[in-house]
Write a protein that binds this ligand. Structure first.
Ligand code: FES
Length: 87
């Protein structure tokens, strides 16, 4: 059974915003309406993930159903939401 309410928090803190988070805020332009319908998407202040020294974990960060993802591009956001939809 698929998921019907996916909670999405797009970080709009400074580090995330300047490293691609601003593009993610245009999500309505690139998300399929069927996907958009089952998502609750909101901006959030810094998730405090940008302070890490781990170079693999880079902004922008997005939290989906309580799990934080790094390096999220619009394409990756769609993939993550499809995965959450079918979880
Ligand atoms: S600005 Fe996004 S995690 Fe800090």
């Amino acid at each position: 059974m698929g998921q019907h309410n996916i909670m999405v928090k797009i970080c709009v803190g400074t580090a995330c915003f300047v490293q691609g988070g601003a593009d993610l805020l245009l999500y309505e332009d690139f998300l399929d309406p069927s996907l958009l319908r089952i998502c609750t998407i909101e901006g959030t202040s810094c998730l405090h993930c940008c302070k890490t020294d781990d170079q693999q974990l880079r902004a922008p960060f997005v939290e989906i159903n309580g799990v934080v993802h790094a390096n999220v591009t619009p394409k990756r956001l769609i993939e993550l939401l499809r995965e959450a939809q079918h979880a």
